[in-house]
Design a protein around this ligand. Structure first.
Ligand SMILES: Cc1cc2nc3c(=O)[nH]c(=O)nc-3n(C[C@H](O)[C@H](O)[C@H](O)COP(=O)(O)OP(=O)(O)OC[C@H]3O[C@@H](n4cnc5c(N)ncnc54)[C@H](O)[C@@H]3O)c2cc1C
Length: 422
């Protein structure tokens, strides 16, 4: 028999894993995070947290910390190839949600969660330099074999194993040995940050261009009153023929701007100078836009996949990190309801797998930015009066449908009871 003091094991100290650790602590379940890197550092650039995820972080008591590192997003806009607006809508509190949407630096969010874990659970809650290699189930235990970075391998046992080990999850690979490499659809993202003057609302998320060539821009820090500048995140995207495949998908490949800047050289609108913004970044990272085909199960007995390990998706709807947070909270709610055992994991899978598998495929079809494709098809992305190209009702219906599919329809979310109420 396992003892109730034996921990739930979490593979990966990323967004899903650390939120899971805080959630377990909140509901009184011992937990231990096993993270492969030797030293957690604030890697990545910008991400967006939708109100459904922000609600969960608030319920974990992290509202003030979140406000310190991020920006409350006020607007979401689609912009045509000639710099004219296709669509602009308010976001977060301005859109009637009870919670804001936040644009944050991914690494700072991870560090915020990590600090909270260390403060609340103690420094031993996260073991770094500890790469999970495989799991084995026996009776009411699960044991993982880990590689301790030059210090050999070790076995660690717990009551459950939650896999928050991301895009290249070894646990998912063991659960689904035939899944192969991530699927690349042909788009490449170049990501960077640069200081710049506030644009539009000062907290606008902008998507400019077409499906084949686009630019995303949003601030991830408040404006510094001394300089009038804010840290802004940008992503340049170009599509190419995917038949040759992509050899490596890591978030940390640094490249030169010459790789893609020529394609954007004339994207200088009066209010947004894209080439200048790209040139101001000190570092630029390249990432092939990859996802994985949905799988028919996330749970194997006492082992469950969460976050990107469960449903990595194209980052077109700003919901990868948001859903990783929601997964952890739903898992926590099921542990409370069913106890710390396989029933809880099955209930989690029953609640989320079908909807998230559909969302992975919806985002593969470009998600909320499909509208850019429609406008491109109808007028080459160049127009004076958008009403002559696409009726507002058509965009509005599309946006509402997407928010419902991704779990952040305003009325449904506002009326939902807390995922965990204790
Ligand atoms: C370094 C890095 C930079 C990123 N930058 C961006 C970005 O700029 N924009 C964006 O949209 N998304 C970025 N992402 C992805 C984004 O964080 C996720 O899509 C999303 O937040 C879901 O979180 P997750 O916890 O499921 O996965 P992740 O946040 O990717 O976390 C997975 C964690 O598991 C650890 N891990 C992996 N394998 C093992 C193993 N075998 N054993 C133990 N631990 C393991 C990893 O080191 C990592 O800490 C980045 C991810 C990483 C790891």
């Amino acid at each position: 028999m396992t003892s109730t003091s034996e921990p739930v094991l979490i593979a990966g100290g990323g967004i899903a894993g650390l939120t899971m650790a805080l959630t377990c602590h909140q509901i009184g379940v011992p937990v231990r995070v096993l993270e492969s890197v030797g030293d957690l550092r604030p890697l990545g650039v910008g991400i967006n947290l939708q109100p459904n995820a922000v609600r969960e972080l608030y319920d974990l008591g992290l509202a003030d910390e979140l406000a310190r590192i991020g920006v409350e997003t006020r607007e979401w806009a689609l912009v045509g190839r000639n710099g004219n607006d296709i669509w602009a809508e308010p976001r977060g509190l301005l859109a009637g949600y009870h919670w804001p949407q936040f644009s944050v630096h991914r690494g700072q969010l991870q560090m915020l969660l990590y600090r909270a874990v260390v403060e609340r659970l103690g420094p031993d809650a996260v073991t770094t330099g500890c790469r999970v290699l495989r799991y084995r189930q026996h009776g009411d235990r699960v044991t993982v074999e880990v590689d301790r970075r030059g210090a050999g391998t070790e076995s660690i046992s717990g009551r459950l194993l939650i896999a928050g080990d991301g895009l290249h999850s070894t646990i998912r690979q063991q659960m689904h040995p035939g899944q192969g490499e991530p699927h690349w659809g042909g788009a490449v993202l170049w990501r960077g940050t640069a200081l710049g003057e506030p644009i539009r609302t000062g907290a606008s998320f902008l998507l400019v261009g077409s499906l084949e060539q686009r630019f995303v821009h949003y601030p991830i820090a408040e404006t510094d009153p001394a300089t009038g500048l804010q840290l802004q995140n940008w992503i340049a995207e170009l599509s190419q023929d995917p038949s040759g495949g992509w050899s490596e998908s890591s978030w940390n490949n640094e490249v030169d701007i010459a790789t893609f800047l020529p394609a954007f050289e004339d994207w200088d609108f009066e209010w947004l100078d894209i080439p200048a913004m790209v040139r101001r970044a000190d570092k630029v990272w390249e990432f092939p836009m990859v996802d994985r085909d949905p799988v028919d199960r996330w749970v194997d007995g006492r082992v469950a996949l969460a976050g990107d390990a469960a449903h990595v998706m194209f980052p077109v709807g700003s919901n990868g990190a948001s859903q990783a947070i929601v997964d952890a909270r739903v898992l926590g709610a099921k542990l409370l309801e069913h106890g710390v055992g396989p029933e809880a994991l099955s209930a989690y899978e029953d609640e989320l797998l079908e909807a998230m598998s559909a969302l992975v495929l919806r985002n593969r079809g470009a998600g909320p930015i499909s509208i850019l494709g429609v406008v491109d098809e109808r007028c080459g992305g160049v127009f004076d009066d958008i009403d002559e190209v696409i009726p507002r009702g058509e965009v509005e219906a599309f946006m509402s449908e997407y928010k419902a599919a991704a779990g952040f329809a305003v009325d449904t979310l506002n009326q939902a009871s807390p995922t965990i109420s204790i």
